[in-house]
Design a protein around this ligand. Structure first.
Ligand code: PBG
Length: 327
C-alpha cells in the first residue's frame, strides 16, 4: 500500500491562507519601548551607537510618550542619566532624581494609557559604573546593595511607577524589593525581574546611552550570568518567582532563545525578553550598509522571540515596528 504524498505547501499558497495558519504573531500589544531621559540638557542628544534613539529632555520625553500611546504601544521602560554620579548612586533614590521627576511628567501626560516601568539599578548613578556599592576589596557588596535597591524601589513607586524592574542581578533582590514595597503600602506596584540576565557583550551601545564606563576596565561577570549556563538561568528564574516576581525576563533575547523556550515550558507567569541595544545596533548597521532589509530582519527576530515563548518584548524597534504594523 502506498501513502498519498504529504503536501505541506497547500497551506502556504496565498497570504490569507498563511495568515490563517500562523502560529505566532508580533503585535503592538506585546511591545515595550525603552526610553532614556537625561538631566540638565536642553535638546535631545543622539546616541552614536543607537541610531534613531536619543537621550530625551523632560519635554521631548513627554512628546515621545504621547506618540507611543497613539501608536498603541502599551508600555515604556525608563532609564535615567543623572547630572552627577557618586559612589553610592544616590541620585537613583533622590525624590528629585531625573527618573522620579520624569515619572511625574509622564503620569501627568498619559495617565493610565501607558504602563510605566522603571529600570531599577545603580549603574547609571554610580561613579564606578557597577550595579551596586563596592566593599573594601572593590567587589560589589550584595547585601549592602539590596538596602539601596529598596530605597530606589520606594522612590520609583512613590513617583508613580506601575512596575519596577530590578536589573542588577544581586541575590535576593526581588524579595528585598517586594518587602520594602509592601511595608510602605505599595501593594499594587508589580515587579518585572530581570531574572536571567547574562554578562553580554551586546550591552555596549546601552552604556553609551547612559554614559556608563565600568571603572578599571572591569566587567559584570561577578553578578551577571555566564553565557555558558542555561540550567543556572532556570534556577535564577525559579528563585525570582519564589521571591515574588510578577513577571520574569530573559536578556539578551535572540542568542538566548533556548532559555526563553525552557522558561516557557516551566513558568506560567508572563515572560519578557529584552532585545538589547547591541541586537538593535547590529541590524541597524547592516541595514544602513544596504546589506540586509533592517525592518524585515527586526520583524523576523521579534517573531522568533515570541515563537520561543516570550509574551512581551522590550525593544528599541518598538516605535518603528508599531508604525510598520499600523500600515
Ligand atoms: C543595567 C542595565 C543594562 C541594560 C539594561 N539595564 C546594562 C548592563 O547590564 O550593563 C542593558 C540594556 C541594553 O543593552 O539594551 N541598569
Amino acid at each position: 500500500m502506498s501513502f498519498p504524498q504529504r503536501r505541506l505547501r497547500r497551506l502556504r499558497r496565498t497570504p490569507t491562507l498563511r495568515r490563517l495558519v500562523a502560529e505566532t504573531r508580533v503585535a503592538v500589544d506585546d511591545l515595550v519601548a525603552p526610553l532614556f531621559v537625561r538631566e540638565g540638557i536642553d535638546e535631545p542628544q543622539p546616541i552614536r551607537s543607537l541610531p534613531g534613539v536619543v537621550q530625551h529632555t523632560r519635554d521631548s520625553l513627554r512628546k515621545e510618550v504621547r506618540e507611543l500611546v497613539s501608536l498603541g504601544i502599551p508600555a515604556a521602560i525608563l532609564f535615567g542619566v543623572p547630572a552627577r554620579k557618586d559612589a553610592q548612586g544616590s541620585a537613583a533614590w533622590d525624590p528629585d532624581g531625573i527618573v522620579q521627576v520624569a515619572l511625574g511628567d509622564l503620569r501627568d501626560e498619559v495617565g493610565d494609557d501607558l504602563v510605566l516601568i522603571t529600570d531599577l539599578c545603580l549603574d547609571e548613578y554610580t561613579d564606578h559604573g557597577h550595579c551596586g556599592v563596592l566593599d573594601g576589596a572593590g567587589q560589589v557588596d550584595n547585601d549592602a546593595t539590596l538596602e539601596l535597591y529598596a530605597e530606589v524601589a520606594l522612590a520609583q513607586a512613590g513617583a508613580g511607577a506601575d512596575i519596577v524592574a530590578p536589573s542588577g542581578m544581586m541575590d535576593g533582590q526581588v524579595a528585598a524589593i517586594r518587602d520594602a514595597l509592601d511595608d510602605a503600602g505599595h501593594h499594587t506596584v508589580a515587579i518585572l525581574a530581570y531574572a536571567a540576565k547574562f554578562a553580554s557583550a551586546l550591552y555596549g551601545p546601552f552604556r553609551d546611552a547612559v554614559d556608563v564606563t565600568i571603572a578599571d576596565g572591569g566587567d559584570r561577570r561577578g553578578y551577571q550570568q555566564d553565557p555558558a549556563n542555561a540550567r543556572e538561568a532556570l534556577e535564577e528564574i525559579r528563585l525570582d518567582v519564589l521571591e515574588g516576581a510578577d513577571m520574569v525576563m530573559v536578556k539578551p533575547a535572540v542568542p538566548y532563545l533556548d532559555v526563553i523556550c525552557r522558561a516557557r515550558a516551566e513558568i506560567d507567569l508572563p515572560i519578557a525578553a529584552y532585545h538589547v541595544s547591541g541586537e538593535y545596533s547590529m541590524i541597524k548597521a547592516a541595514g544602513a550598509n544596504g546589506w540586509i532589509d533592517a525592518t524585515a530582519v527586526a520583524l523576523e527576530q521579534l517573531l522568533a522571540i515570541r515563537r520561543a515563548g516570550a509574551d512581551l518584548v522590550l525593544t528599541y524597534f518598538a516605535r518603528e515596528i508599531a508604525e510598520e504594523l499600523a500600515d
